[in-house]
Write a protein that binds this ligand. Structure first.
Ligand code: ADP
Ligand code: MG
Length: 469
């Protein structure tokens, strides 16, 4: 099935119903993993995103043709039945592919996918990916670099390209959806291409623990140890999962030491820095910090916009800059949602054959925009900013113009503009009934100061990070 024949038709879509169906899809997803099992869900179904609901057909977007066909023949019937439990108005399930999905052969995309005939522990040449698969889209070429991730990106590249081990371990950390897994996969793809003789294992900490516990149960720990201690590169994603799990941590510690002692590369990602991870043994914590610890900050507006631009280029569809700016402003939670939003509006416009405008985007994304609004409130921003700068919360609303309170207030207004979808007058009202021009001035002022003052940029990053997690 292809998308183009539909584009010329004018189909009435109902945005309200679209939101209902998007929610249905989300609910059904959790049943999919029960129905098909976690592994199948992760490798096949989780990348699907909701596209549109038109005339009884729920349209879902698959990243590649290969996947679309596979899902179509193996899972779609059952998926439809599950969806229908949520809403009887769903008469059919259509899977479509967005044009960006066929990544023009620069990454080992379809060939790798074709090799992975079933999801059970696929082997990609020298890379052993346990429990999931390497995402073909997660390459260095597809990674957009900005201030917030440049260190992590440079370190990842270095480790992937270097013919000798330089930092060991490489420890990448940052909040959800900021690109840790993307960078890990990019390293793995790169090594796979440039150093086919190197043996790489990539797995999540959760999977590591699962295998270890299984090995213990089956009294097979020798094989377990050998498997992990003989690799050239060991990559463990979402390391925070190991915190507090004593015996797994102990085993990992030995594996880690064995590898580092032999000068083999270890790469770890986590949601916190080694020093902030709880439930970690002291010796583990200190060894994790021996190599390079690189953190990824929350994305700035500019980076979000950059990512959207790169994704639209991949899709090969014109999306007006205004709409991209709108998305970058409104969807601040993480890149995964940002991408999902872009896919949805593109799919919608292709299906109904209409231009993409801010209005159509607002309609199509109503549920998502609401969820992003809910996540961060102006009250929360005011509270965090007041705490951070040690001023009274009341000063956020008060008429006092003293610099020491006016500056934090301006910063709070700036964050309110960036992190919520409220209009300038609405924000003004939240700050003691100020005029929208005052808010506009505050936003400009903070932008100006940011240019000159690195410590302000740090303050803003920190505040955003606190608000977004
Ligand atoms: P994490 O592992 O940190 O939770 P992911 O690596 O899974 O986050 O990233 C979430 C999504 O955002 C992925 O689709 C990824 O491709 C995309 N993404 C994150 N950062 C970037 C970036 N700098 N450039 C392009 N895409 C990005
Ligand atoms: Mg991840």
């Amino acid at each position: 099935m292809s998308v183009s024949p539909v584009t010329s038709l004018q189909i009435e879509s109902n945005p309200e119903l679209g939101s209902v169906m998007a929610a249905c899809w989300e609910n059904a997803r959790s049943l999919f993993s029960q129905e098909f099992g976690d592994a199948t869900f992760k490798s096949w179904l989780s990348p699907l995103t909701f596209g549109e609901f038109i005339s009884g057909r729920l349209i879902v977007i698959a990243p590649t043709r290969f996947r679309r066909d596979w899902i179509q023949s193996h899972f779609s019937q059952k998926m439809l039945e599950i969806l229908q439990r949520f809403d009887a108005r769903i008469l059919a399930l259509d899977l479509i592919v967005t044009p960006n999905s066929t990544f023009n052969g620069t990454s080992p995309v379809e060939s790798a996918e074709a090799r992975i005939k079933d999801q059970a522990e696929p082997e990609d040449r020298n890379i052993q990916v346990i429990g999931s698969r390497l995402e073909p889209r997660y390459t260095f070429e597809a990674f957009v670099v900005g201030k917030s991730n440049e260190l992590a990106h440079a370190a990842a590249r270095r480790v992937a390209e270097a013919d000798k081990v330089t930092f060991n371990p490489l420890f990448l950390y940052g909040g959800v959806g900021l690109g840790k897994t993307h960078l890990m996969h990019a390293i793995a793809w790169h090594i796979c291409k440039s150093y086919p003789q190197r043996r790489v294992i990539y797995l999540s900490a959760e999977k590591f623990m699962y295998l270890f516990v299984k090995a213990l149960r089956f009294k097979d720990t020798m094989a377990f140890k050998e498997q992990f201690r003989s690799v050239d590169v060991l990559m463990i994603d979402d390391f925070q999962f190991i915190s507090g799990k004593e015996s797994t941590q102990e085993e990992f510690f030995h594996t880690f030491n064995a590898l580092v002692d032999q000068n083999h590369q270890v790469i770890i990602s986590a949601d916190k820095s080694p020093s902030d991870l709880e439930g970690l043994e002291e010796r583990m914590r200190s060894r994790l910090g021996w190599g390079l610890v690189a953190d990824i900050h929350p994305m700035t507006y500019e980076l979000r916009l950059g990512i959207l631009q790169s994704k639209t280029e991949q899709i090969g569809r014109e999306v007006p800059l205004k709409v991209l700016e709108f998305l970058a402003h409104k969807i601040t939670s993480n890149v995964r949602e940002l991408e999902g939003a872009l896919n949805r509006i593109v799919a919608h416009s292709m299906l109904v054959g209409r231009e993409i405008t801010i209005e159509s985007a607002t309609d199509v994304l109503r549920d998502l925009l609401r969820a992003n609004d809910r996540r961060i409130s102006v009250d929360e921003i005011q509270k965090k900013v007041a705490e951070h700068f040690n001023v009274k919360l009341a000063d956020m609303h008060s008429p006092r113009r003293l610099r020491s309170v006016a500056r934090p207030r301006q910063i709070a207004m700036f964050l309110a503009k960036q992190l919520t979808s409220m209009s300038l007058p609405e924000i003004g009202r939240k700050f003691g009934g100020r005029d929208h021009t005052t808010v506009m001035h505050a936003v400009k002022k903070v932008e100006e100061l940011k240019e000159k003052d690195a410590s302000l940029t740090e303050d803003l990053d920190l505040l955003k990070r606190m608000l977004q997690t």
